[in-house]
Design a protein around this ligand. Structure first.
Ligand SMILES: Cc1cc2nc3c(=O)[nH]c(=O)nc-3n(C[C@H](O)[C@H](O)[C@H](O)COP(=O)(O)OP(=O)(O)OC[C@H]3O[C@@H](n4cnc5c(N)ncnc54)[C@H](O)[C@@H]3O)c2cc1C
Length: 423
């Protein structure tokens, strides 16, 4: 009988592992606890807005090679859109300045020598000081390596690293910041083009992935929460779903692609991150002004980034634990005032006190906290059991908790399970 790989969890890591194995003609079954796939990267119909929205705005960069490969494989690549160059518009809500950061395409960073391309109020020498962050000492925080103050930090490095780490940069793991910077800014503008799933995360990533799997005969079961793993000597011998137990044969394999709190409950003595950071998203059902760029960075506001979609304006606030208990209405009003200012809406178009239909989505455990102590707890993909591998953005990918990290972890787990890689 053909050996079967059971993938537990249909987030991006689990879906990637299943795709990778099914491409090789392996027999794969996916078990997902929720009623839909996508995990933390999903779209859903929001009743308050009566529209399909994402659980959170997700930004990718053109350097995210594994994510782009995933989309090329399943057929969603044309749904990621972005400008032809690495141009990032910003607004400072305190000084009311507006500028566009323009990172030139090639590796030689001449943009830092051009006052029209770099951040206003900075000099080229400020950027050279940041280069220290590319090779930080082990165990260091960002704050150990660079001074977390000054115009360049406040207007670029801080916002960029907060978005990447979802953790206040001064306490964030410098090695993770370094990986992100080495793969993006240090490679030039071609690696930094912002990319957005214009039609939503579900239609871009998840629906094509499910269609790809269905076409290869991979069954994805929903409402299938794994309750326990049955161990026998050095292998997993059974999967317990409560109402059903699946016995595993000698060649069968398991890829566990669930969040860390679930994995530690299923696998004995598994080290895993146990501190998390929130992300708050706000969505306003209103047609953005024609001049509004697809993404704009906000300095000195509650809001970090504003995304303009065809039918709504959406906001991301990272490292947002301070806001998870703020009353929703109060938060919506604060955010809307900032959005209307940034979008330069007139009081007639958008009276500041009248909110368009809105929704606030708070993901309390959006990502693990990117702290040096948490980094040490990220496990490898291999386990003490010969037919069990781990995948997920929280495993030791060398990247922060991102789509790119989740997809790379799924690729690696599939390679290990197929015997194609050693870890
Ligand atoms: C609001 C928000 C904004 C973000 N913004 C960005 C961004 O801009 N750019 C970026 O790159 N990344 C971003 N991320 C991070 C990105 O979404 C994640 O890194 C990625 O989706 C993680 O995928 P995963 O497969 O590792 O985990 P998950 O998506 O958590 O998948 C785990 C799956 O396992 C399932 N599961 C749990 N328990 C069981 C069980 N017992 N049995 C079976 N199944 C189970 C879950 O239901 C889930 O589907 C953001 C995340 C959030 C929450």
């Amino acid at each position: 009988m053909a050996r079967t790989t059971h993938v537990i969890g249909a987030g991006l890591a689990g879906l990637t592992a299943a795709i990778h194995l099914s491409e090789r003609g392996e027999t794969v079954v996916v078990h997902e606890a929720a009623g839909q796939a996508g995990g933390r990267c999903r779209s859903y119909h929001d009743p308050a807005l009566d529209m399909e929205i994402d659980n959170g705005n997700h930004l990718l960069l053109s350097a995210n090679e594994a994510a782009l490969r995933f989309l090329a494989t399943v057929g969603g690549a044309d749904r990621l859109v972005g400008p032809p160059h690495a141009d990032f518009p910003f607004v400072d809500l305190k000084s009311h300045e507006r500028w566009t950061l323009r990172i030139n395409d090639g590796r030689l960073p001449w943009w830092i020598f051009n006052a029209k391309r770099r951040v206003p109020g900075t000099r080229a020498s400020n950027y050279l000081a940041i280069a220290r962050l590319l090779r930080p000492p082990p165990g260091a925080t960002v704050g150990d390596v660079i001074a977390c103050k000054g115009a360049l930090y406040d207007r670029l490095v801080g916002p960029l690293l907060l978005a990447a780490l979802n953790t206040a940069p001064p306490e964030g793991t410098a090695a993770l910041a370094a990986s992100v910077l080495r793969e993006t800014v240090a490679r030039g503008g071609r690696a930094c083009r912002p990319l957005i799933a214009r039609d939503g995360l579900g239609p871009t990533f998840i629906a094509p992935a499910l269609a790809f799997l269905a076409a290869r005969g991979v069954k994805v079961g929903f409402g299938r929460r794994l309750r326990a793993l049955g161990f026998d000597a050095n292998m997993v011998a059974a999967l317990d779903f409560g109402d059903e137990t699946i016995g595993l044969g000698d060649g069968d394999r398991v890829i566990l692609a669930v969040p860390p709190v679930v994995a530690t409950a299923l696998v004995p003595n598994l080290p895993a991150p146990d501190e998390f950071r929130a992300i708050v998203n706000a969505h306003f059902k209103i047609k953005p002004p024609a001049a509004m760029p697809p993404i704009i960075g906000v300095i000195n506001g509650t809001v970090d980034w504003i995304f303009a979609f065809a039918d709504r304006l959406s906001v991301t606030i990272s490292g947002a634990d301070r806001l998870v208990d703020t009353p929703r209405e109060e938060l919506a009003r604060t955010i809307w005032r900032e959005v209307a200012t940034v979008a330069q809406m007139s009081d007639t178009d958008a009276p500041p006190e009248v909110l368009p239909p809105w929704q606030i989505v708070r993901e309390r455990r959006a990502t693990f906290a990117a702290l040096p102590a948490q980094e040490k707890k990220r496990p490898a993909a291999t386990t003490a059991w010969r037919n069990l591998w781990l995948a997920g953005d929280w495993t030791a990918t060398g990247l922060p908790a991102t789509i790119e990290g989740a997809i790379r972890s799924g690729d690696l787990a599939a390679d290990l399970a197929a015997g194609l890689a050693r870890h």
